[in-house]
Design a protein around this ligand. Structure first.
Ligand code: 5GP
Ligand code: MN
Length: 321
């Protein structure tokens, strides 16, 4: 597929979905495509499905149109699965399975493509960046530009991670020409944290433990801690990145309890460890330097199991030098 437009012939109903626990890139790519399709096909019905996005994304006008609770048995002409494969679509999965034509746009290296049409480019900073490349430039307006910009900014840690390319910066420059308040949007959606978010981040850092010659760092947030600070999973974003920033650390692991003996795991690598490879072994996925999975068992067992994979990768990396 060269352009989204070439895929839309005769489509009267189109659905868009992203992954469970949607992050900035996921929310923004869904919103950008939603607005874009509404513009390109004003007569068609366009529906966007996502778990309720974090509140900070209310800066995107129209986000209230995203459907988070639904009982829709419709067969759509097209379903766009963004920033994930079919397994992570959550409740929208049956709509994807049933759609007449399924299009998958993603940048996760662990995704082998789940649609009739697949645009999966792991070298792209973000799904938002990839989506922009597939849009007709003359249809991009200020609101679409804003969404694409915020999506790219979130997945690149505000143009800081190694997934930021020359092309990423060229696209960002094109988007800034629309004149929106990029600085305020980044502050509000990326950096600003509530007091309790800051408190639980502090607690997680304080209780972190280094191991494997200080090359790994881990922190665990329990249900009890989340209840105490009155926070939910959406409030824990960014903790793993803080752990990753500790000098000497090659791999950071953060996990929070999602149920009895069940943990959501986030991993970050500073280069030597392929955390997507580690996550895939435990049924998850992601990117070389940022990945995740869900693990069952005590947190100690989970840490042991992850450590074994990480240690073997570190050993291989050391043998190569
Ligand atoms: P995070 O640690 O920020 O939740 O996720 C890091 C990256 O890994 C993101 O690109 C995210 O989409 C991906 N990821 C996190 N958890 C999972 C998972 O359980 N399965 C898959 N396939 N990808 C995940
Ligand atoms: Mn992404």
């Amino acid at each position: 597929m060269k352009r989204i437009s070439s895929e839309l012939k005769d489509a009267k109903t189109i659905a868009i979905g992203g992954h469970v626990r949607p992050d900035g890139d996921c929310v923004c790519s869904v919103m950008a495509l939603y607005r874009y399709l509404k513009k390109e096909l004003p007569e068609a019905r366009i529906d966007a499905y996502l778990e309720t996005p974090p509140a900070v994304f209310r800066v995107l006008p129209g986000i209230e149109n995203i459907k988070s609770e639904f009982d829709n048995k419709e067969t759509y002409d097209i379903f766009f699965a963004l920033d994930c494969n079919e397994e992570r679509l959550g409740e929208a999965r049956p709509l994807f399975d049933r759609a007449r034509r399924r299009i998958n746009i993603d940048h996760h290296i662990s995704n082998t493509g789940c649609g009739d049409v697949n645009v999966v480019e792991p070298e792209r900073s973000s799904t938002s960046e990839l989506l922009y490349e597939l849009m007709e430039p003359e249809l991009v307006d200020e609101e679409i530009a804003k969404a694409v910009y915020i999506g790219i900014a979130h997945d690149t840690g505000v143009f800081r991670y190694s997934n930021t390319s020359v092309r990423t910066m060229e696209i960002a420059a094109n988007l800034l020409k629309f004149g929106f308040d990029f600085s305020g949007l980044i502050e509000k959606t990326f950096y600003e944290k509530t007091y309790v978010q800051t408190q639980i981040t502090g607690r997680a850092i304080l209780e972190s433990i280094r191991f494997m010659n200080n090359k790994c760092i881990v922190s665990v947030v329990t249900r009890r801690m989340m209840d105490f600070y009155q926070v939910g999973p959406k409030d824990l974003d960014g903790i793993v990145n803080q752990l990753q920033g500790v000098k000497g650390v090659e791999c950071a692991i953060f996990m929070y309890e999602i149920g009895t003996l069940s943990y959501k795991v986030s991993m970050r690598s500073n280069g030597l460890v392929d955390v997507a490879g580690v996550a895939v072994k435990f049924g998850g996925g992601g990117h070389l330097r940022a990945a995740g999975c869900t693990m069952n068992g005590t947190c100690h067992d989970n840490i042991n199991n992850l450590s074994r994979e990480i240690a073997s990768q570190l050993k291989k990396a050391q043998e190569q030098v």
